[in-house]
Design a protein around this ligand. Structure first.
Ligand SMILES: O=P(O)(O)OC[C@H]1O[C@H](OP(=O)(O)OP(=O)(O)O)[C@H](O)[C@@H]1O
Ligand SMILES: O=c1cc[nH]c(=O)[nH]1
Ligand SMILES: [Mg+2]
Length: 212
């Protein structure tokens, strides 16, 4: 895949190590949930590098001073249901004051086309930094539709964080929303004939919630 300006792979050794744990088909639901959140936490450390700060007056034991703190209430973490929910606690671990908005979407198993079934976001989206989370970026259809839904509601600053991305999905998503920075823990090989990422980690939603 040619270099895409708004696509970034976060391949810190800890992230690679943890991704290997959840890729293993023998990783059970409990460990899968735990490690998905741990990876999300490690990723958000990097993704929040340019998050907005605000000035605050405080007093140290020595003197008054003006210092900076994260404008945390401006941040929204927006999971794409269901699987995105698995990453929310990891993000909130580092940005506890972030708001949470939900985007309900499922992919038709036959056509692979996404369907929106629920959107509930905080108000004043135009002033907020939105981090959309979903472990899987496969054909890119769900990610594109999720960002469409956010922009329709006024969102201007959006980042997308996933664990595993397929080149096919990255290309169409990055082109459809060139203003959205996309972060993945891994760029995998391809999609198979059923639309699953190879080698991937299987169906993230089912593995998180034990539904298969
Ligand atoms: O890039 P795409 O081809 O659109 O596929 C990726 C989407 O598929 C999965 O969700 P799924 O539809 O399985 O819903 P679930 O999270 O409820 O299991 C995954 O969590 C993404 O949202
Ligand atoms: O590999 C894939 C593709 C879409 N959704 C998943 O959960 N896994
Ligand atoms: Mg699923």
């Amino acid at each position: 895949m040619d270099k895409i300006k708004n696509f970034h792979v976060l391949d810190h050794p800890l992230i690679q190590h943890k991704l290997t744990i959840i890729r293993d088909e023998n990783c059970g639901t409990r460990e899968f949930r735990e490690v998905v959140n741990e990876i999300a936490e490690l990723m958000v450390y990097e993704v929040s590098r340019d998050m907005p700060l605000e000035e605050v007056e405080i007093k140290t034991p020595v003197s008054k001073t003006t210092q900076k703190r994260l404008a945390g209430k401006k941040v929204v973490v927006a999971p794409i249901l269901r699987a995105g929910i698995g990453m929310v606690d990891g993000v909130l671990e580092l940005i506890p004051s972030a708001k949470v908005g939900h985007i309900g979407m499922y992919r038709d198993e036959e056509t692979l086309k996404p369907h929106e079934y629920f959107v509930k976001m905080p108000d004043q989206l135009e002033d907020r930094e939105i981090i959309v989370v979903d472990p899987m970026l496969a054909t890119g259809g769900s990610a594109i539709m999720a960002v469409d839904a956010l922009k329709k509601r006024g969102a201007k600053r959006i980042k997308f964080v996933c664990l595993v991305a397929a080149p096919e999905g990255v290309e169409v998503f990055a082109k459809a929303h060139s203003d959205v920075e996309i972060y993945a823990a891994s760029l995998d090989d391809c999609l198979n004939e059923d639309g699953y990422i190879v080698p991937g980690l299987g169906d993230a939603g089912d593995r998180l919630f034990g539904t298969k």
